[in-house]
Write a new protein. Sequence first.
Length: 619
Amino acid sequence: MESQEPKITSSPLMPLMYSSRVMLKTILEGSDSEMGLIGKTMVIGGWVKSSKEVKKEPVASPPAAADAFPAAPGPKDVSCVEIIQSRIPFFRTIIRVLGGSASSPAVREKLQSLIPKPPPSSILFLQINDGSCVSSLQVVIDSAIVPVSAGQILPTGTCILAQGVLEKPSAQGKHKIELKVEKILHVGTVEQDKYPLSRKRLPLDSLRDYSHIRPRTTTVASVTRIRSALNFATQTFFQNHGFLNVQVPIITTTDSEGFSEKFQVTTLLEKTSKKEEPVRAEDVSLETVKAAIKDKTSIVEQLKRSDSNREALFSALQDLRKTNELAQQLEAREKSKPVIAVKPDVVNFNEDFFGRQSYLTVSGHLHLESYACALGHVYSFGPRFRADKTVSPKHVAEMCTVEVEMAFSHLEDAMKCAEDYFKFLCRWTLDNCSEDMKFVTKRIDKNVTHRLEYMISSSYEKISYREAVEILRKVTDKAFETQLQWGVPLTAEHLSYLADDHFRKPLIIYDYPKAVKPFYVRLNDDGKTVAAFEMVVPKIGTVITGSQNEERFDMLNTRIKEFDLSRDQYEWYVDLRRHGTVKHSGFSLGFDQMVLLTTGLTDVRDAIPFPKSHGKANN
């Protein structure tokens, strides 16, 4: 099983193909020895993670030779000062006051002390990171060689592009190599008092308010690189196994599950917002009142300067006060205007953009089925949306999902494919993200690497829903919040007990009651259960759900009626059973939950670049 990322084709000493800089990963984590790069000139760029300034000690001038060994008298050059002294008596008086002739060392020292001296030079040490790896490169700037403002370049978050030579560190420390700067090509300064990352190690929940800045932290950068590797691993696994990638729609007119909370897509709000109440003649706009306030304020200022008519000034002030009160009333009225809601039962959706109700997709599963029934094995990878107001560390409104559909396959085939894919992701992460895994193991969860290794090596327990219920009913040392009986959905608490406490390894639960699974899942011969499964792993819970889907025309119609769903909405889906129906199965993986598993994080809001949840759009 291959799990190696393609190597960077450019030499570590060559700049990136689409940039003039060398990626720091090729210097700090390259296959070549860092010592082999000593003496190489290159351009690097990145952001300051930390810095310090070391002032240089001023070098004292050596004493003049004449002071130590007086020279024999002889002819000497006449200085300019001596010429002026001989020609201008007043200047001669100043020299005497200073205490000697202009040519004497004492006078020269006093005159030189009046000349302003340049500030002492310093050495700037910057830890630069460009996001390509965990480690930072030490960059050394000698202000005597490269003029630069320390106040601009030292603050955390400053962006720098510099050219220099790689050298051995001047002092012993954790760095094996450093860049001695010869030229500064770019400096992007930071407003230090407003930069949110000026403080070190902000809690992850605090960083959620700065989604646009938090990728610069080492933790979020590592999580992002691991997330990228999982994405690449997904494409690699399915492409290597003959699957075709299909882009399913984000906007759909079909409720993929039949009972989910959906985001409605509409342009009717724009139309209703334009239907404002007619303005009566006595009404005055807020803009007009604000303009009047400006004019009245000007009149008051003129009357104050003239100080000629106190009664006129008092009257103008009263008028201005009343106008301000009117403006406040109008502003309050604007804010209190009710929000116009579009109610499906009273709105004519024929006038909407698509001519009917449409939603952000909850799942691309149904659309993917249509391609599986033509192309065989297909998969899709993208955002899915649920308008669920429940606050949960495992779910937000927009999440990434990998969905898979396979023609001519049964439930067992889907379970086997899901297990192989899951193990592939775990192995890929360990093989290709070693430095990031070391970091998250140290900073986030010390057991995360061991957990992934266990996921790969262990055998997965397979039990039916009925067996799971029997195990949970026998538990005496724990009281579950939800009373358990056959036909009740297994809660996160139930699943956690099975995976973390009872089996202590991943397990697959299959054959669920038909009432707790979507209408499209194939009904088993017992008439009570359906061919569905869930893969549950310790610490995370459910990461994969799957099923064999109903290929029988009559049975699918019956299931749609049982769920009281609109036949018109699913007519195209039922049509697949009329023309060349085939047994097929598939599954979906919660990609964001997979990121939690591989990083040790506990909240998806820290694993998703721009998380969106109820009441929090977040950019």
